[in-house]
Design a protein around this ligand. Sequence first.
Ligand code: G6P
Length: 611
Amino acid sequence: MCGIVGAVVTRNVQGILLEGLKRLEYRGYDSAGMAILSDDNRLDRVRALGKVGALESRLEQTPLTGNIGIAHTRWATHGKPSEDNAHPHQSGDNVAVVHNGIIENHERLRSELQQQGYTFTSETDTEVVAHLIAREFDRGGDLLSAVRDALLVFDGAYAMGVVHRDEPGVIIGARKGSPLVVGVGIEEAFLASDPLALLQVTDRFIYLQEEDVVRLSKGGRIEIFDRNGDAVERPIQTFEHSDGAASKGDYRHFMLKEIHEQPQVMTAAMEGRLSERGVLIESFGTDAEALFAKAEQIHIVACGTSYHAGMVARYWLERVAGIPTQVEVASEYRYRRVVVPENTLFVTLSQSGETADTLAALRFSRDLGYMGSLAICNVPGSSLVRESDLTLMMHAGPEIGVASTKAFTSQLVALMLLTLSLAKVRGEEPERQAEIASALRALPEVARRVLDLDKDIEALSTAFAEKHHALFLGRGAHFPIALEGALKLKEISYIHAEAYPAGELKHGPLALVDSEMPVISVAPNDELLDKLKSNLQEVRARGGELFVFADENVGIESTEGVRVLRLPHVDEALAPIIYTLPLQLLSYHVAVLKGTDVDQPRNLAKSVTVE
Ligand code: G6P
C-alpha cells in the first residue's frame, strides 16, 4: 500500500527519505518517487516504476540535494502503475504532493481545473490535489492556508505531505481517514504514514488526529491545527521498540499479544477505506466499482480460519448486499467440476497469501469463466496478491502465532467493507449501510471492552482443563463463529471440539451431551435468540454444562450448570466479530492450563505451502 515520508532537516535529506521508503517496502507498492527543495530554490523530482532500488539507481545518476523533501511508495488505485502516475505529483514547478487514500470527487475537480487551464500529466486523483493547492496558494496567503482551503473541497480519505517552492522552509501534512505521524527530532522534524519509516532518525512521535493539519518548518518547529483551525498540542509518544511484531513484549505468548492487538488491527483494516459517505470502493482497486456493479454472484474459497471468515461473509453478503454467495474450502473446490454462472466474482481469503490449496484454487478458477478475482490478504507481494485482479490488504501486521486470531477479525472487517461496497453499487438500503459503517467505526472500542473481560474468561477456563471433548453452538452468522471457536480449542489445547448450528443439536449431537460434555454457546441479541434459548434448554435438560457468551441485554442469567458471561451490545451485523474474541481467549487460557505449546502447536504450520 502507499507510504509517505517527509523531512525538514539540517543535513541532506535524500538519504533519510530513501531509507524511509525502504522501511515501507513491506507494505507492498509498485512505484516510488521523491521531491526535494534544492538550496538554490528548485523543486527537483525523481520517480521510478518498480522497487525503491530502481529509484535509488536513478538517484545515484542524478543525486538530489536539499534539506526539505517528501517521498512516496505508490500502490496503484487511480491509473496503472507507471512513472507518470508515481508520486510526488506536481503543479507546474511549484507544488509537490504525496498522498495516500482516495479523493472521491476527483473527476469533477479535474474537469473544473482543466477548464481553468491546469494541465494534467497523470491518471491519478492526487494530481488534482497538487493543482488545487497551487490555485489556492496563487490566490494569496501561505501554504498552510492554501492546503486548508483545498482540503475543504475534497471528499474521501487522505494523508498527505505538501511542499511549495515559494515557501521553501516548510512541509504541510494533513490527514483524514488515513494515518500520518510526525517524527520529532533535534532541530529536525519528520512526517510519515507509519512510524516504522522513521525509526532510523527518531523514536519520538506525534500521532496526528483526524483532520489535523501540521506545519513542519526549519529548526524542527512543529505546529498542529485541529479541524477548526485552532493550534493544538498533541502528546509526544516514545516508540516502544519492544512492541515490534517479532517480539512478545510483556505477553507470555504471541497468541495472547495478537489477541490483544485486535482493536488496533480492526482500525488498520478500515483506515482510509471509510469516509463519512460510507465505504470507498476504490480501496479494492481502480476497476473494482465497475466489476462489483456487474457481479451477480460471489464464490469465496479459503482454508482453515480464513474459510470460517468466508462463511460469515456469506451471511453478510446475502443479507446486506442481496448477492448470492457460495463458500468452499480450497482443497475441495480445486478438484471438482465447478459450474460458474455468468458474472460471478471469485474471492480468495488468506492471511499468508501462500497457502497451496488456495493458490491452486485461484489458478484453477482462471479457466472457469469468472468475471475476475479478488484476494483479501495480509502479506503484500505474496503469490495470491500478485496473481489476483483485485486485492484488499488486511494490514493486520505480521501474525506469528500458528493459531490465527487477529488475521481472522481483520479479514472479517475487510469482508464487511466488501459487503458494504456491493450493497452500495447494488443500491441496497442506504440507511442500513450507514448504520453498519458507523458501528464499524465504533467496533475497536467495543472490542477493547470485551478484551477487558480476560480475567473472567480465564476463570471459566478451569472447567475445561480436565475435559476431553467440547461442543460449540451458534446460529446464523454465529455458526461459523462456533466453528472457529472449536477450531481454536482443538488447535492449541488438543481437546476434541465440534461445532454445530444449534438447531441441528436434536438431529444427532444431543446424544453426546452429559455432564462430561461442556457446551459453549454464543448468544448475541439477534432474531434467532429465542430459538437459541430453546436449544440451550435441550442441553440443560440432559445435564450438559453450559457456557454462554451473551449480549448484556438478552436476559440469560447464570444458574446452576449455566455460566453466563455478558458482552457489550454491538450492532447485530458485527456481532460475529465481537463474539470471536472471548472464544479465542477461552482457548488460550485452556491451552495454558494444559501446558501445550500455544504458539506452535504440534503437527501444525502457520503457512501450509504444500498440498
Ligand atoms: C494453516 C494455519 C491456519 C490458517 C490456514 C489458512 O492451516 O495454521 O491458521 O487459517 O493455514 O491460512 P491462510 O494463510 O491461507 O489464511
